[in-house]
Design a protein around this ligand. Structure first.
Ligand code: ADP
Length: 261
């Protein structure tokens, strides 16, 4: 798989460190699996002190700690989870938590990853993430109802040498992608008239479409990101669109797609 080993390592160390720190008896566990073909999902679970509903709400905010008695007992800065969540978002993913006081906690880290295939991983043109290099000639479908955003994204994409088709809602995308046209990457807005992005992607996945689809959304909250990945998107791009991140995500699409034209 293709990801950022340093960021990934730091997130896992934070989550595992917490699991160990807050579990005096019992066990901790870590599992990893691949969902939707290229989302890596880590679950770090423990049988420790757990977290109350009130604390969970603020858990990922900086300097948040369970309560003052926890701090006295366990120490810490209250920064670990805020940083981990931020790192997960930089990788295009997120962290979620389920917990019951006195029973234990499970932190789930989901990150989209480019799954390397034998022949593509050796192609040097595809290994440069943040430059425009390697995107030339790629076909991109841009599905977005806002004309201004379409114009900006098209400008970025054309500058990188890609060929861009534009559509304005999910229904049009569904029709286009069910036909014979093929794209290296689809960039899809979430909120659109006629048919929203989530519905379109769910329907496409149901019909067996396995191409790379990236959500474009202004609501990069962790709960939102999770539901985006759940709907069948491989990744998300936060609005306003960052050019470097856009190129990176399309380069990832090139690495991830093994059967796409
Ligand atoms: P800290 O440096 O204080 O551990 P974190 O941001 O890593 O900061 O965690 C914030 C708070 O979340 C902790 O103080 C603790 O109350 C709670 N917490 C984090 N992980 C766990 C866990 N595995 N079990 C119980 N509580 C946890």
């Amino acid at each position: 798989i293709q990801s950022d080993p340093n960021r990934l390592r730091q997130i896992l160390l934070n989550l595992l460190g917490n699991a160990i720190k807050f579990t005096e008896t019992g066990s901790i566990g870590i599992s990893v699996d691949l969902v939707h073909g290229n989302v890596l999902r880590f679950a770090i679970s423990d049988t420790g002190i757990g977290i109350g509903a009130e604390s969970i709400r603020h858990l990922f905010q900086p300097f948040t700690q369970g309560d003052s008695s926890t701090t006295r007992r366990f120490g810490g800065s209250g920064l670990g989870l805020a940083i981990s969540q931020r790192l997960a978002e930089m990788l295009g993913g997120n962290i979620q938590v389920e917990s019951q006081p006195g029973i234990g906690s499970t932190f789930t880290l989901q990150i989209p990853v480019g799954v390397r295939t034998a022949n593509k991983s050796t192609d040097p043109a595809l290994t440069s993430g943040s430059t425009t290099h390697g995107l030339q000639g790629m076909r991109i479908l841009l599905v977005e109802d806002d004309q201004d955003i379409r114009r900006i994204v098209r400008k970025y994409l054309e500058r990188a040498g890609t060929r861009v088709d534009e559509l304005t809602n999910g229904q049009e995308a569904l029709e286009r992608l069910s036909g014979s046209d093929s794209y290296d990457c689809v960039l899809m807005d979430i909120q659109m008239p006629v048919m929203d992005g989530r519905t379109a992607v769910r329907e496409l996945r149901k019909r067996g479409y396995d191409g790379h689809i990236v959500a474009m959304t202004a609501h990069a909250l962790s709960s939102e990101v999770a539901s985006i990945l759940d709907a069948g998107f491989q990744a998300y791009l936060a609005k306003p669109i960052d050019k470097g991140r856009l190129y990176q995500i399309i380069a990832e699409a090139a690495r991830g797609s093994n059967s796409q034209g």
